[in-house]
Design a protein around this ligand. Sequence first.
Ligand code: G3I
Length: 449
Amino acid sequence: MRSLRPGFTVASLLTGLATLGALLFTAPAAQAADAPLRDLADAQGKVIGTAVTGGKLTGTYAEVAAREFNWLTPGNAMKWESVEPSRGSFNWAEADQIVDFAEANGQEVRGHTLVWHSQNPSWLTNGGFTPAELRTLLMNHIDTEMGRYRGRVEAWDVVNEPFNEDGTYRQTIWSDNLGQDYIAEALTRARAADPSAKLYINDYNVEGVNAKSTALYNLVRSLKERGVPIDGVGLQAHLILGQVPSTFQQNIQRFADLGVDVAITELDIRMQLPATADKLAQQAADYRAVMNACVAVDGCSGATVWGFTDSDSWIPDWFEGYGAATPYDENYAPKPAYHAIAESLGGTTQPGDGCTATYSVVNQWNTGFTGQVRIACTDTALSAWKVNWTFGAGQRISQAWNANCTQSGTAVSCTNASYNGTVPPGGSVTFGFNGTWSGSNPVPEVTLG
Ligand code: G3I
């Protein structure tokens, strides 16, 4: 929330003067936006990545992905069902496209994922294979996929989601048929398939200290004791608004102390829709908490968001009524969460910097008046907004349009309607209201949040 100081613009001055004289308050000039996230991250020695969908890598989606991120993870393109939909018949098109895009834009790739219980092709899961056949198929799969991208994929989520919530091993096609040591076997094979790639185990609900993360911790410790190749752990971090675990940093630290890298691999923070300015502010605080925990620990290499725009997120399809989980809204406007990530990486731009709110009285008669607030952005954007002011002479709002306004005593708070929360760079939104006054009708100082 920023205080706005009085000032004048020619256009708004003319509007105000048309009926009443200089009855308006407006904001100071815009300040320059921060450098892109990837530049901020570079300066901190951290990585900032995003999951991407190959088919969307054109236009604004491609521009933002290239400009803001220095790592990419294919969200689905490297999963077994994607690359080998029928046995022996491979489709590398989307995975190749993403790796090529990354190289063209100076980005690293996180390969995702080789050994998982989900998104396997049906020929594999329904094939009636013996354990020995499954072992051969899995080892060949690792050889084939890692071999194809040898030297071009910096890190691999070799094993994905091996644990249950209580810390026991998940029963999967792999643990059922190969035994729990399928993890060590896969890692060992992966090291041989691409000796330059960093090898990770990746899981969800392992962000705080709990039974599941302790099981992962014990596994990594024992793999290291046995000399099995393991370079890092991925903490997925599919989080819920307001629920960042308080032990996040402590947990990152204990893995780092084992001598492995910690990567936050699939960060998103979902909320019940609709997104409001208050929820987006809480989400920003949550993103900041996650990023700060990583920045604070040397052994945390950085974070990848699981899709950078709400228009490319898995959340609405999987959690009914939830969404808005990523740092950009569906129109590519950076949300408060974006600025929180930037700030945790050393940036200084606040949400709303570069945006101004201007209050003006557009018409006034014996006891009534019509007012309006115009929100305008220059080089940054808003994805939701809230404008507050305090009336100084007993004015009361009776009716508002293009905003939801409430008045309590002298304090007025107006938030965007469902259809006008986004203010793009160079764009503006105006809302209006009728009110009552007596004696005088001074223009209040407004704040934009
Ligand atoms: O490609 C088909 C499309 O042809 C079809 O019309 C459409 C109809 O539903 O489905 C499309 O496939 C979907 C696919 O995403 C690509 O969009 C699948 O139904 C859908 O199940 C699949 O969801 C993916 C999910 O993994 C599956 O488990 C999400 O996109 C992907 O973001 C998500 O990612 C996982 C990580 O790999 C591991 N950690 C958890 C994370 C979230 O579930």
